[in-house]
Design a protein around this ligand. Structure first.
Ligand SMILES: Nc1ncnc2c1ncn2[C@@H]1O[C@H](COP(=O)(O)OP(=O)(O)OP(=O)(O)O)[C@@H](O)[C@H]1O
Length: 435
C-alpha cells in the first residue's frame, strides 16, 4: 500500500463496504505500525437494497468492535433516495453521491484530511480498458491516486485517496484467506456480468507492466493535450472558431476542446452521457463545407455552427416566433415602435387599414423562403450576405392580409414579389429587424 499518501498526524475516513477490497484496506491500516488507528474513522453506507446488506454491515461492525475502531453507519432511507434522485436518475450516481456526501459530513465533523477508498490495481486496469472501449474524453486514464469529489448538495469538496492501486484482486483475496479475515461477497457491480467477464479475460491476457506503461503514456499525452485545449479556448475567448479549429490536425485535441467548451458553458453533462461517436459527429460537421449547421444535443440544447462561429443555443431560441395581431394596440411595444418608426421616418408609405387585421408577424424560415428579394429568395439573400443563423431570427415579416409590403431601411433590400406569384407586384410586404 502507498503509505506515503498519508500524513501520520492527519485524520482520515476509511470507506468500508465489507467487501474484500475495503476489508483488506481496513486491516492493513489497522496493522500498520507507522499509523495510529485512532486517526481513522470507518464509514459504511448500508443502501438497504440487497437482502445481504445488513449482513455486510454486521461484518464491518464486528471487525471494528473487536479492534476498537470508531465507525459510523448510514442507513439509506427512501427519503434519501428521493432527495438525491432530483439531481440524477442514474442509480450508480445517486448511490455514489449519497456515499460521498456521508463521508464528507463525517470528514467535516472530525476535521479529516480525506477518505481512503479501496480501489485496487484490477479496478485501475478495468477502468482503463472500459475507457479505451468508450474512446471518449477522460479526466484521467485508469484511476488516480488522488482525486476530488465535489458535492452539489453540500457545496464542498472531499479528497479521495487510493493507496491500493498497485495491489491486484488476487493478492487481496490471498491475504484475506491467509489472515482469516471475514468479508462480504460483493453481489453488486457497476459492470454487467457479461461486460466484466470480457474485461477479466482481457486482463488475464495482458502483460500488466506493458499496460501500466501504456496508461502512463496516455496520461502524459492527455495532460499535454488538456493544456493545449485550455490555451486554445483562452486564445479564442472561450469560443470555438471554425477556421482555427479545423486547422488543428490532432483529432483527440479537437475532442478535448469541444469537451472543455461544453464544460466552460457548464453543460459538460450533456456530452458526458452521449455515445462516444457524438464528438466525432460534431467534428465532422464543423469540418463540413456547409456554412450553417444545427446539431441537436438534446431536447433543450443545440450546437449551432454558423460560418466561423460555434454556439450552444437553447432550442427555444431556434424556434420561430409567429404572432397574430388583431389590432395595432395589441402589438408588442417594441414592435409597435418599429412599425410607427418605419412609417414615419421612411419614404415607404405605411398604413394599416382596419380591414387588414389580423396581421401576422413572423420570423419563420419557411415563410421567409417564399419572399423574393432582388430576384433571389430571402433565404438565399441571407446566405449571400452571410447572415448568421441566429441573426436571421431577428428578421421579421409582417403579412397584413396580403396587402402590405414595407422594406426595412436597416437593410438595403428591394422586395419584389412572392415566389408563388399569388401576390401582385405592387403588394406590400413589411420587412424589419428587431434588435
Ligand atoms: N457502501 C459502502 N460503504 C462504504 N464504503 C464503500 C461502500 N461502497 C463502496 N465503498 C468504498 O468505495 C470503494 C469503491 O467501491 P466500488 O468499487 O463499489 O465503487 P465504484 O463502483 O468503483 O465507483 P465509485 O467509487 O466511483 O463510486 C470501495 O472499495 C470502498 O472503499
Amino acid at each position: 500500500m502507498d503509505n506515503k499518501l498519508l500524513n501520520r498526524n492527519e485524520k482520515y475516513i476509511i470507506g468500508v463496504s465489507g467487501g474484500p477490497d475495503s476489508m483488506f484496506l481496513l486491516d492493513n491500516i489497522y496493522h500498520n505500525p507507522e499509523l495510529d488507528i485512532n486517526n481513522f474513522i470507518v464509514c459504511l453506507v448500508n443502501y438497504q437494497k440487497r437482502a445481504d446488506s445488513d449482513h455486510d454491515e454486521q461484518i464491518v461492525l464486528e471487525y471494528c468492535k473487536k479492534q476498537n475502531i470508531k465507525i459510523y453507519v448510514k442507513k439509506v432511507t427512501s427519503a434519501d433516495y428521493d432527495k438525491y434522485q432530483t439531481i440524477s436518475h442514474n442509480f450508480q450516481n445517486v448511490a455514489r453521491d449519497i456515499r460521498y456526501d456521508f463521508f464528507l459530513q463525517i470528514s467535516k465533523k472530525y476535521h479529516c484530511h480525506g477518505v481512503l477508498i479501496a480501489h485496487n490495481l484490477t479496478d485501475h486496469i478495468e477502468t482503463y480498458i472500459l475507457q479505451k472501449q468508450r474512446n471518449g474524453i477522460v479526466e484521467y486514464y485508469g484511476l488516480n491516486q488522488i482525486s476530488y469529489y465535489h458535492s452539489h448538495l453540500l457545496g464542498s469538496e472531499l479528497k479521495i485517496i487510493r493507496m491500493m492501486l498497485k495491489i491486484t484482486r488476487e493478492e487481496i483475496i490471498e491475504y484475506l484467506f491467509h489472515n482469516q479475515i471475514n468479508y462480504a461477497i460483493d453481489s453488486t457491480n457497476i459492470l454487467g456480468i457479461y461486460n466484466r467477464n470480457i474485461i477479466r479475460n482481457e486482463i488475464q491476457q495482458i502483460n500488466l507492466q506493458d499496460m501500466l506503461l501504456e496508461i502512463n503514456q496516455k496520461n502524459n499525452e492527455n495532460k499535454k493535450l488538456k493544456l493545449l485545449a485550455k490555451d486554445y479556448l483562452i486564445d479564442n475567448f472561450g469560443q470555438i472558431n471554425v477556421i482555427s479549429f479545423n486547422a488543428i490536425n490532432n483529432v483527440q485535441l479537437q475532442k478535448i476542446i469541444i469537451f472543455n467548451y461544453f464544460k466552460i458553458n457548464k453543460l459538460v453533462q450533456l456530452i458526458s452521457n452521449k455515445k462516444r461517436k457524438f464528438l466525432d459527429e460534431i467534428i465532422k460537421e464543423l469540418k463540413s463545407t456547409k456554412p450553417n449547421i444545427i446539431i441537436k444535443v438534446n431536447n433543450d440544447y443545440s450546437l449551432v455552427k454558423s460560418y466561423d462561429n460555434v454556439e450552444i443555443i437553447n432550442n427555444n431560441v431556434l424556434q420561430p416566433t409567429t404572432v397574430k395581431v388583431t389590432a395595432i394596440t395589441n402589438l408588442p411595444i417594441k414592435w409597435k415602435e418599429k412599425i410607427i418608426l418605419q412609417g414615419t421616418k421612411n419614404s415607404y408609405n405605411f398604413k394599416i387599414a382596419a380591414n387588414q387585421f389580423p396581421l401576422t408577424i413572423t420570423n419563420d424560415v419557411l415563410f421567409l423562403q417564399k419572399v423574393i428579394v432582388t430576384k433571389t429568395s430571402l433565404n438565399r439573400w441571407f446566405i449571400k450576405n452571410k447572415i448568421p443563423i441566429l441573426a436571421r431570427k431577428s428578421y421579421f415579416i409582417l403579412d397584413a392580409q396580403n396587402q402590405l409590403v414595407f422594406v426595412n431601411n436597416l437593410v438595403d433590400l428591394k422586395i419584389n414579389k412572392f415566389i408563388n406569384n399569388t401576390w401582385p407586384e405592387k403588394h406590400n410586404l413589411f420587412f424589419f429587424m428587431i434588435k
